[in-house]
Write a protein that binds this ligand. Structure first.
Ligand code: FE2
Length: 238
């Protein structure tokens, strides 16, 4: 699937943007299915802790840590007017939801994984990030190896634009070459909760970060050590 030039670029930059990799219809099917999942969750939203606050620590940790083999909605921080929105759906959509399963387990993606050097790839985690108009939250710079740790690092993210992603609505950013920086932290279980082991408290450099704007159907490949933030969505579009 990938040309030699694309692989060279991936190895040099630490990411690769592949426009028009997925048909718009396939993206629309995921968007529709995600909407159904959120609609089914709406009457139960009081049972879900807000994802990005430090309050309700135990309930939030438990809801998160037991989501690896479930399809759960995670909430944005509540608006001042009491409004609510889903931040993301995770983390086993690829195994539990037929629409996401069909999108995830397919020969083209397996071929891309093979091109990246995987010989026995596994789909471990899936998430659908909504980043709703006006309320979608910022994600600070992190690398995915911090959260899906293996020795040596093996995780890669396959990120798809389901809606057009722009600087205005909070697209991904990445630091070219940043995948060669040492990992700075490791997220771990600790008793019934979680902890972040910090090896280097210095934040990732923001100088040189580039926005990865993407049209519907774009696939972005992100190896596990690449720092990547995304902005808040203050626009009128998801
Ligand atoms: Fe990430």
């Amino acid at each position: 699937m990938l040309t030699r030039a694309q692989l060279e670029r991936y190895r040099a930059d630490g990411f690769l943007v592949l426009p028009r990799f997925v048909e718009p219809d396939a993206c629309a099917a995921l968007r529709e299915r995600a909407g159904e999942i959120v609609a089914a969750f709406a009457p139960h939203r009081d049972e879900a802790p807000v994802f990005d606050t430090t309050e309700q620590g135990h309930a939030r940790d438990d809801y998160f840590l037991t989501s690896g083999d479930k399809v759960r909605c995670f909430l944005e921080a509540e608006g001042e007017d009491g409004s609510w929105a889903v931040n993301k759906i995770g983390h086993a959509l690829h195994d539990l939801d037929p629409v996401f399963e069909g999108f995830s387990y397919n020969a083209r993606l397996a071929e891309v994984a093979g091109d990246l050097g995987y010989r026995d790839p596994r789909l471990l985690q899936s998430m659908y990030i909504l980043k709703e108009a006006r309320v979608g939250g910022e994600v600070t710079a992190h690398c995915d190896h911090t959260f899906l740790w293996t020795e040596p690092p093996t995780v890669s993210a396959f990120w798809f634009a389901i809606d057009p992603a722009t600087v205005e609505n909070g697209c991904l950013w990445a630091l070219p070459g940043g995948h060669r920086l040492p990992v700075r932290s490791r997220f771990r279980r600790a008793g019934t909760g979680t902890t972040m082991e910090v090896y280097d408290p210095e934040p990732y450099p923001t100088d040189g970060m580039v926005p990865l704007e993407a049209d519907v159907g774009t696939l972005v490949l992100l190896p596990g050590l690449l720092p990547h933030p995304s902005g808040a969505n203050r626009s009128e579009r998801p």
